[in-house]
Design a protein around this ligand. Structure first.
Ligand SMILES: [Zn+2]
Length: 408
């Protein structure tokens, strides 16, 4: 039975790999199609070739890393790699919590080492060649160390806590585990700008002037509880621009990448913010949090139901069950569900994007938003007519053309 489950898991991993490659290949072909009239003038011939080359370069590195990852994952499953790691963890400690920490620590270390060359290549070859990269080797190293430390502290704390709850409450642990992880996620979402962002970036309050006046005037008009407007030094890493707002409840922070402020005029930036305010006013933020907490609940419930079953360890080739082995098997078994919920979340998100655009059109103006979206597309060397199947599976936002047509 365990062997059959393992083969089903491997079959699904291969299925997902093939699906993603087919979609990417279909999407690459679209670069040769003639452009629709609305977006024809966005790129000149040279820029269009550059955007096309960027897509191909990303495809190549993505194909190489995902193929290696596929081979490595299947070999690891087939040759009982997780049972071997479990044996190492058990030889160091009798405590389930320490065993889980050693087990996931080893997996985390191996993943970091294997993905490092790809990260380096992506940053210093692909992004560099297309003029996006601003990261110095020093900053790259500092970023990696910070990410690692955060992963160790936050990830380690969550694993230790869940292992403890499982040992204490058995199968009923799911409720306590769910409340704990949901609580941590909501906390991080609430204090993202004040806790997480400053670890990697500098946030400077936007100084008074035309832009600030325009944003405040708009926020006042639609009674948006704006607390702060920050400029984020995104330009120290990349030339790509972005904007978002964060915070729950009555405390709202708007964060603008410095690149965005440099590339766009006041009208365009205010329109981008009107779109972001639309997400808040249409309760998208609240809905997303409720949906993800509910999803977590279902996951924890199913995991609680399966976690103590000895088959969870047998699938990975181990004799003795443990929280950490069950967690690995569960995440592999849950992958098909994740694929479906991911699709549904993308559908939901694309619907929300249309609504936020409509809100910006209604309360501000469509033209500056369209012009801002065009600039963002060129800035990111985006595909202007991605394949519909690729969009269906992967896009959290409608395409530029779809958004333009919806706002016309
Ligand atoms: Zn949006």
């Amino acid at each position: 039975m365990a062997q059959v489950i393992l083969y089903i898991i491997i079959a699904f991993i291969i299925f997902e790999f093939v699906l993603s490659k087919v979609l990417s290949a279909l999407n690459l072909k679209t670069w040769d199609n003639p452009l629709p009239a609305e977006v024809k003038d966005l790129y000149d011939i040279k820029k269009y070739k550059e955007a096309r080359d960027y897509a191909f370069a990303n495809f190549k590195i993505g194909a190489l890393s995902s193929t290696l990852s596929l081979i490595f994952t299947i070999a690891f499953l087939q040759f009982k790699g997780f049972a071997w790691l479990d044996g190492i963890a058990r030889s160091y400690s009798g405590s389930p919590i320490l065993q889980a920490l050693i087990f996931f620590g080893l997996i985390g270390a191996a993943t970091t080492i294997i993905s490092l060359p790809f990260d380096l290549y992506q940053t210093f070859v692909v992004e560099e060649n297309f003029g996006f990269n601003k990261v110095t080797p020093g900053l790259f190293a500092v970023d990696k160390i910070k990410e690692l430390l955060m992963g160790v502290i936050i990830g380690g704390a969550i694993i230790a806590l869940l292992t403890f709850l499982f040992g204490w409450l058995g199968n009923m642990f799911w409720l306590a585990g769910w409340i704990t992880v949901a609580g941590i996620s909501v906390f991080v979402a609430m204090f993202y700008t004040s806790l997480i962002l400053p670890i990697f970036n500098k946030l400077t309050p936007l100084e008074s002037g035309e832009l600030r006046t325009s944003i405040e005037k708009y926020a006042g008009k639609v009674s948006f509880p704006l607390t702060n407007i920050f400029i984020l030094d995104g330009s120290k890493r990349s030339t790509k621009a972005n904007a978002f707002f964060s915070g729950l409840g009555s405390k709202k922070n708007i964060v603008l990448y410095d690149n965005l402020v440099n590339d766009m005029n006041t009208d365009e930036i205010t329109a981008v913010l009107a779109h972001e305010v639309g997400h808040y006013k249409k309760k998208h933020v609240l809905q997303s949090i409720i949906i993800s907490v509910a999803q977590m609940g279902i996951m924890f419930f199913l995991f609680g139901w399966l976690a103590s079953n000895p088959i969870m360890a047998e699938v990975l080739g181990a004799k003795q069950n443990s929280f950490h082995l069950s967690l690995i098997t569960f995440s592999l078994l849950y992958a098909p569900v994740s694929l479906v919920t991911g699709l549904l979340m993308n559908l939901f998100s694309r619907k929300n994007e249309y609504e936020a655009d409509a809100y910006a059109k209604e309360t501000y103006s469509a033209q500056p938003l369209i012009s801002a979206l065009k600039k963002l597309s060129v800035n990111h060397l985006s595909n202007l007519q991605p394949h519909p199947a690729f969009v269906f599976f992967n896009y959290s936002h409608p395409t530029l053309l779809q958004r333009m047509r919806a706002m016309m």
